[in-house]
Structures are given as C-alpha cells and as structure tokens.
Design a protein around this ligand. Structure first.
Ligand SMILES: [Zn+2]
Length: 385
C-alpha cells in the first residue's frame, strides 16, 4: 500500500515493555520505528505531546454501532460501521451476527465476506457467529426460532459460505452433538466459545476438554452460580485454559462482580467486549433487535419485558470503566482491550504497539478520551477543535 509515512511525535506510548515518551514512525501501514527523536523527511507529523498512545482497541463481540447493524446482507453497512468505529478508538473487530435460519446465515456470510480485511477504517477481521447452536433456556435477546441443536455439517456449510473467515463460534456445550461441533469448529481454525449456556460445571469442563477455549460474555445469558451447582461461570473462572469476555458497561455485570471475576482471570484471561448494538454511540433511543422493539435505558438497551439485549456504551467507555472498576494500570487495560482480543481473532499483526505490527494506534487525552485514531498508519479519525 502506497501511503505517506506518518510520524507521531512526543507522546507517552504504552509499549509491551513499559510506558515511555518517544516518537513512532508508521510506514506502509506498519509501525517501523519506535525511539527518541526520529527524523523522517516527507512524513506527515502528528504532534502527540501530552497524549497517551496505545494499540487500537479490538472488539470481538459487536453487532454494530453508529446506526449500522451487522444483522444485514448489505456489506456497505459493515463498511459504514468500520468508518465510524475509529471515533471510539476501535481499529479492528469481528462481525458478530447470525441469520434467522441456516440458509439466511449462509447468504449473510456470503454477502458480507468481501468486506473482511477492508482497509481505511477499523478492519473487519472475520466473523463471530453467535449461535445458532445455543440453549433456548439462555437465549438472551435471540428469538427461540433462531436457535437449535447442533446439526452435523451445518457449521461446515457456514464456514464455507464465509470462505473460512469465521473466527469465533458461540455455542452451548450441553446440547446434544455439541462436542462434535466443537471439534468441527476447532478443525476449521475458529475459536469455540461457550455462551448462551445452561451447562453444569461438569458439562462445561467436558466442553473445555473437547476444545472450548473462550467464554462469550461471562455472567450474561448463562446459568448463574448456585451454591450446589457452580455452572459455567465457576467452571470458567477456575480453568486457566479459557479466556473470558466481560461486558464492562457497568450495566450488564455489576462492577463488584467484574472485580471478583478479575481476581481469577487476571489481565491474561480477560477480554473486554462491548456487545454493542447498531444504536450504540447514536442519539437514537429506540430501535429493533431481531425483530423486537428495544429501548435504551442508561448504558444498556432493553426489550419490553426488561431483557437486556446489548450494550450501547462504546469501547472507549469500556476502556475507562476497566481502569476505574478493576483498578488496573494502562498496560493491563490495553492488554484486555487490544492484546487479548487480537489473540482470539488470530490477528497476530495487531494488538501490540511495536515495530513490525500494523500501525493501529489510539491517541488518548488526559481524561483518556479518544483524541485521534490511526488505522494502518493513516489518521482515520481526529477530534475536532
Ligand atoms: Zn452478542
């Protein structure tokens, strides 16, 4: 890609080895140098003095935002989200979606797959299929008719329709046929994630043994902890083999529970996600999700019966919440909002600020608000005034 090099001067950079004041040179979409007083003739200069710079946020569980929904066959909607998301510091994401039935899911994946890898805004890294093989008892906002037991061969047909770009599959390990499904998901190169589940501790552990390595929004849409049956939450907290998504909007999970979970998960196993709906970050206060009317109440969107259907707090808000709720430093917060999600999405060239990596950088002000976002070495968004 032929682009003008970009030189970020004098910011405080959150690097894998520590935080330090330095210059960062981006060329050809990559970070090529990080050091003191870099001179680069012909490079565009971005004055980052007094700002904090870190790897761009990566959201592996997001259904849209800025008015753009991923429950669509229109790739232009995803592209529009990708152009909108950098204002929240997001530089890459998984398209979390599901069709109303198998053929609708396949058509959706076929229609959206050309947008994977798109450059210019936040990069769509692939798909997160949330269902359909999840437990109707823990359906969350998904209508029952969209959900079913694992069907042999159906997942393969989804992965084929997506040209292999499905990166994460949320499934319930207690369903008949789930263990075979987990094998098929792993085989195809995607991450098997436990979610929307009524599993007992034992059923969850069988799922981990079969290859589950990730948990979709821990606490939400799953059997809660009971004193005589810990369920999927206890199984996940106690087993170092799985990473866990946490929605940190302060509404989906009580901040005290987030703190409890973090004691077990640490910065290594925590993956911050927004589960954002298309109405996130807009001034729209009502809309529809999977055909049902929803209203925004605080940081969350709810259905008429009070069921939470998703978060409307954007990723930068989640980042600030993580620092406040979990009392962690910037390095740990970036790890949970960028480094760990990059691993889930298998984006080995993203998630860390160091030479050789994609030049995806978020620039934050003293209040940790997004000042600017660089995607592949280009300023994708910059706050005005
Ligand atoms: Zn979701």
């Amino acid at each position: 890609m032929q682009t003008t090099p970009l030189l970020l001067k004098g910011g405080s950079a959150v690097l894998p080895g520590g935080i330090r004041n330095c210059d960062i040179l981006c060329e050809g979409g990559r970070v090529t140098r990080i050091s003191d007083a870099i001179e680069a003739a012909g490079a565009g200069v971005f004055d980052a003095a007094g700002k904090t710079l870190g790897p761009g946020f990566i959201d592996v569980h997001v259904h849209g935002g800025g008015g753009h929904s991923f429950f669509t066959r229109d790739a232009a909607r995803v592209a529009a989200y990708a152009d909108w998301a950098p204002r929240n510091g997001v530089t890459a994401f998984l398209i979390s979606t599901l069709g109303s039935d198998a053929s609708a899911t396949r058509e959706m994946l076929e229609a959206l797959r050309p947008v994977v890898g798109r450059e210019g805004g936040a990069e769509p890294l692939g798909f997160h299929l949330e269902g359909p093989f999840i437990n109707p008892l823990r359906q969350g906002a998904f209508p029952r008719e969209m959900l079913r037991n694992p069907v042999p061969g159906e997942f393969e047909s989804f992965q084929e329709a997506a040209s292999g770009h499905i990166r994460q599959v949320t499934l319930a390990p207690e369903l008949p046929g789930a263990l075979d499904l987990i094998h098929a998901v792993r085989e195809s190169g995607a991450v098997a994630a436990m979610g929307h589940t009524d599993a007992t501790v034992l059923e969850a552990r069988r799922g981990f043994e079969a290859g589950i390595r990730h948990v979709t929004h821990l606490f939400n849409a799953m059997r809660p902890i009971h004193q005589r049956e810990g369920g999927p939450i206890v199984a996940a907290l106690l087993d170092d083999i799985v990473t866990c998504e946490l929605i940190c909007d302060g509404a989906h999970v009580d901040p005290e529970l987030l703190r409890l979970a973090y004691r077990f998960l640490g910065p290594e196993r925590t993956v911050v996600v927004t589960d954002n709906l298309h109405i996130a970050g807009t001034s729209t206060f009502s809309g529809t999700f999977a055909g049902e009317a929803i209203e925004v109440s605080g940081a969350k969107a709810v259905r008429g019966d009070g069921t939470i259907v998703g978060s409307v707090a954007t990723m930068d808000q989640h980042f600030r919440n993580v620092i406040q709720y979990l009392e962690v430093d910037l390095r740990k917060a970036f790890r949970m909002c960028a480094g760990n999600p990059a691993r889930i999405a298998e984006a080995s060239r993203k998630g860390r600020l160091e030479p050789g990596m994609d030049a995806d950088i978020v620039v934050l002000d003293e209040g940790l608000r997004v000042e600017a976002t660089i995607c592949r070495g280009q300023v994708a968004w910059r706050r005005e005034g």
